[in-house]
Design a protein around this ligand. Sequence first.
Ligand SMILES: [Zn+2]
Length: 103
Amino acid sequence: MLNEMFTEQPVQGTRDLDQIQMIDLDPKNRAALEAQALDYEKPGLAQHYCVECAKYCETDVALRSHWRSKLHKRRCKALKEPAYTIEEAERAAGLEAERDMIV
Ligand SMILES: [Zn+2]
């Protein structure tokens, strides 16, 4: 899981929700993602990146209109939910604790 941080920058749309939640939204990482170096391979030269959606927009205007879109708002809502992996782990731990109490 931690190795994800050191792998190559993934292409658009391949980032999992929990990676964004636990890695990209960290203020330090977020700032880096929002201030990427010019990349001629990326839409908009990687200058208009939406961290929540792991999406590159072509222009600042496109990014701003993306921020107002349903797609982006839905994504933000999903990102506020507890991370799937954390939730699963806690649920598993909770179940084990309950089982121990019964026994
Ligand atoms: Zn977005």
